[in-house]
Design a protein around this ligand. Structure first.
Ligand SMILES: [Zn+2]
Length: 125
């Protein structure tokens, strides 16, 4: 099944909106890091700061990863590969794409990847 132009546009809009939101989130992380550098430990104790920094770093890394996944999906939309499994080339279930807009694998390839340690590494890269 090939996506009709109107639904491709809808998907693109949705992805772009999510990308914009993530970029805003990232700019907040930047602001937070700068504030940490500038004001140091005046308001919170060291343990609290260390915890916050670790949490922020994790959140930020997740946001960056999510952002690159969405940009990848957008790229695939532009090249006409959106909605096709990167593992087997089959069409990804539209229901799955509704749930995960940037899904790169069909359910069976995803399962196979989750079962193999190498696949897990590839998924994290
Ligand atoms: Zn597949």
């Amino acid at each position: 099944m090939k996506a009709s132009p109107s639904s491709a546009t809808a998907i693109r809009r949705q992805i772009e909106a999510q990308i914009r939101q993530l970029e805003i989130d990232l700019s907040h992380f930047e602001a937070w890091s700068l504030a940490q550098l500038g004001f140091g430990h005046s308001l919170v104790d060291d343990a609290g700061v260390a915890f916050d920094q670790a949490t922020q770093l994790t959140l930020r890394q997740n946001t960056e990863r999510r952002l690159s996944q969405l940009q990848h999906a957008l790229q695939r939309l532009e090249t006409g590969f959106y909605g096709l499994c990167e593992g087997c080339g089959e069409t990804i279930d539209p229901e799955r794409l509704l749930a995960i807009i940037d899904a790169r694998l069909c359910v069976s390839c995803q399962r196979m990847q989750e079962r193999s340690p190498l696949g897990r590494l590839a998924a994290m890269a």
